[in-house]
Write a protein that binds this ligand. Structure first.
Ligand code: GRF
Length: 227
């Protein structure tokens, strides 16, 4: 079992956060082709933007050929435009079943040669259609220390349970909601006067770190396969 490491502590409002495994960015060889990740987002898209910014800064040997969003109001689309990344609206309301939406997603990602899928705030339950097309190559980010508090309103669930520490998780997505092997987690202490909003804001700071850390691990392993 991997213990929480304190080598990379992050302080927000004087409360330390612990990330495991430790985040380290491997040096990337530009000779190798970048890993192509397709991103799924439903809302604000802050996790999407953190990835796009890290790519722009040359911190990840990764490319985002396309962003798919399902909600016409999603701010993620405007963020994609800022980075010159194509974005495509696949509205779930136009699909009769979850499988129909996932079939459209798979077709789009295959058209853009996507190799891995990143669910960055994707508020739809995924089906075997997506998971079969990208077998064990779909990651999800969730605002709790899974397996605690899966499903919706994870931050509120943690507050209601009166736990003292919660956090966030990046994991390989399996069929059951918010299940699958865990790639990276960060712990976030709950403060006595926390509301769902203040706690979620501190969790998101950590989400952005573990999202980049997990993608860096995937890109590093992809690069080894190319060498
Ligand atoms: C994050 O808290 C993520 O864990 C959850 O949805 C939120 C998305 O945030 N699945 P953003 O759209 O990336 O800002």
């Amino acid at each position: 079992m991997i213990a929480f490491m304190t080598a990379n502590p992050v302080s927000v409002n004087s409360t330390p956060s612990l990330i495991s495994p430790e985040i380290g960015f491997a040096s990337t060889s530009p000779a190798n082709p970048p890993l192509k990740i397709g991103v799924l987002a439903s809302g604000s898209g802050s996790n999407f933007e953190v990835i796009a910014e890290a790519i722009k800064k040359g911190q990840l040997n990764v490319q985002i050929p396309v962003l798919i969003y399902n909600n016409p109001e999603a701010k993620a689309a405007a963020r994609a435009e800022k980075y010159g990344i194509p974005s495509i609206l696949l509205n779930h309301r136009d699909c009769k079943t979850r499988e129909e939406l996932d079939t459209k997603i798979v077709k789009t990602f295959q058209e853009y040669d996507v190799e891995w899928v990143v669910m960055a705030g994707w508020m739809r339950i995924v089906t075997q259609v997506l998971l079969d097309a990208f077998h064990d190559k779909v990651i999800n980010i969730h605002p709790s220390l899974l397996p605690s508090f899966p499903g919706i309103r994870a931050v509120e669930q943690a507050l209601a349970a009166k736990v003292k520490i919660t956090g966030c998780t990046v994991h390989i997505a399996h069929l059951e909601v918010d299940s699958g092997p865990i790639s990276m987690q960060a712990a976030v202490p709950i403060l006595p006067d926390d509301t769902a909003e203040t706690l979620h804001a501190r969790i998101q700071v950590q989400e952005h770190k573990i999202m980049l850390g997990a993608i860096a691990l995937i890109a590093e392993s992809h690069q080894k396969h190319c060498d």
